[in-house]
Design a protein around this ligand. Structure first.
Ligand code: OGA
Ligand code: NI
Length: 337
């Protein structure tokens, strides 16, 4: 892997040959690289401009307004974190962030319930930026639509029925939008914007600004830049797709370095995860696809669970130890090594 391909999703609207061409390029990118740029997505420039502007305005709010919607108020892991609050590989990530999920009724957890039911709930919205809510919920829905198109195309590319993934994302996919601001490395301790990691869900779509910093790890352990390309999303696969295909599809390790010399880097990440009550299946792939592939790699310090809700909750608890201690102290065996 040395190049991250650009795939044009509008090919899905073309004739059968064009559609099949897209499906084969997508499947190849998902197997070889696990990362690609998506163009031709038909999300209007004006809408994306609005999304970027409101994100910038959120981060430019006075600190006290942002702290009013701190994640520490939310057992559902929604809200704002100052730089350095989140951890990856046990080290602080130098990024300010605001987490938004699907708006769902919160569940009153009892001792008998699976812990991940605590993830359902409402978002926190800043009173001083009332437009944020509608724009971000619309953005969430638009990106879910694109992600589902990609998943269906990927199913076909794997020789499976088009709706093979429908069951795991279900009626309530785990949708998550994260607004992120990486401060310049001048103000960070060690340049870890976000430490090396794989994403946990199905698909991630990242809207970058025009500064670099995002990098992916190649098979020969080199880091390559995912430099920004205007009018594209960067798409990468998460561990659920890797697990469901026994490693045929790649959840590639990536990281963000703190921006050098420039003030900040802003990115808006959208994550599509599976429904929390689902179990990751293993799909039978044809021999033509799988001959000679390497097996799935799992992190021995953080083994992957097929139980989607529990795996996702474990990730949230480890990333946000302050929220974990406040609301989930009874479950500390899940997140304290
Ligand atoms: C993430 C991530 C990349 C970026 O949040 O999982 O990898 O560019 N973000 O912000
Ligand atoms: Ni990531």
């Amino acid at each position: 892997m040395s190049v991250i391909p650009v795939l044009n999703i509008s090919m899905l609207n073309g004739g059968i040959d064009e559609k099949n061409k897209f499906i084969s390029l997508l499947t190849k990118a998902a197997h070889d690289v696990g990362f690609f740029y998506l163009s031709g997505h038909a999300v209007s420039f004006e809408f994306l401009k609005k999304v970027r502007e409101i994100t910038k305005r959120f981060f430019d709010l006075p600190e006290k307004d942002k702290l009013l919607v701190s994640m520490i108020n939310s057992p559902h892991f929604r809200g704002y974190n100052i730089s350095g609050n989140e951890r990856t590989n046990g080290k602080a990530d130098w990024r300010e962030q605001f987490d938004i999920g699907a708006e769902r009724e919160p569940y009153r957890l009892t001792d008998m319930d699976p812990i991940w039911l605590g993830l359902h709930g409402h978002n926190q919205w800043p009173k001083s930026l009332p437009e944020l809510k509608n724009i971000m919920l619309a953005y969430n829905d638009t990106l879910t639509g694109i992600s589902l198109k990609l998943l269906r195309a990927l199913s076909l590319g794997l020789g499976l029925p088009e709706n093979s993934f429908d069951e795991i994302y279900g009626d309530m996919p785990n949708e998550h939008v994260k607004l992120i601001r990486y401060p310049s490395c001048r103000s960070t301790k060690d340049g870890q914007g976000v430490g090396a990691h794989k994403d946990s869900g199905l698909l991630t779509l990242i809207l970058q600004d025009d500064s670099k910093g995002l990098q992916v790890k190649t098979g020969d352990n080199k880091w390559i830049d995912v430099f920004p390309i205007p009018d594209t999303f960067v798409v990468n696969l998460g561990e659920i797709l890797e697990l469901a295909t026994n490693g045929y599809l790649k959840a590639t390790i990536h990281r963000v370095l703190s921006p050098i010399g420039q003030e900040e880097r802003i990115s808006i990440a959208y994550f599509l995860g599976a429904s929390l009550d689902s179990i990751v299946p293993v799909f039978e792939l044809t021999k033509t696809l799988t001959s000679g592939i390497s097996l799935i790699e799992t992190d021995p310090n953080n083994p992957l669970l097929r139980n989607v809700g529990l795996n996702y909750m474990k990730g949230r608890l480890r990333s946000h130890p302050d929220v974990a201690k406040k609301f989930y102290s009874k479950w500390s065996n899940l997140y304290e090594k």
